[in-house]
Write a protein of this length. Structure first.
Length: 115
């Protein structure tokens, strides 16, 4: 019983201990790294965050919507219209012959397939 009271008193004193100079602040950040200075000419400034490289936001090698549309046309589709150009898969409406089809493009690899 005496040990219980001693442990409780020790825990209470540690809970109200003031931080010392030896205490370190550790911040773990997952996402696009931002810097206080412009690291290179391809870095952009974001208010409230700092400098960042845009390609890291979307990952290296992501296709633009226009490039994905061009790939759909090169696969034999005509009258290509954009439905959505966000995320991992871009979606387009197109025609092949007399058929209206939905065409998907992987935004990272450029693979084209019909829906």
């Amino acid at each position: 019983m005496k040990c219980f009271f001693l442990a409780t008193a020790l825990a209470a004193s540690m809970a109200f201990a003031l931080p010392t100079e030896a205490d370190a602040k550790v911040v773990i950040y997952l996402g696009t790294p931002h810097y206080d200075y412009q690291v290179g000419p391809d870095y952009r400034f974001r208010e409230g965050y700092g400098w960042y490289r845009p390609m890291f936001m979307f990952g290296p090698g992501r296709l633009s919507c226009g490039e994905a549309k061009w790939r759909v046309r090169n696969h034999g589709f005509r009258n290509v219209a954009t439905i959505e150009c966000q995320g991992r898969v871009y979606t387009f409406k197109a025609r092949r012959g007399d058929h209206r089809v939905i065409v998907y493009v992987n935004s990272r690899t450029g693979a084209v397939w019909r829906g």
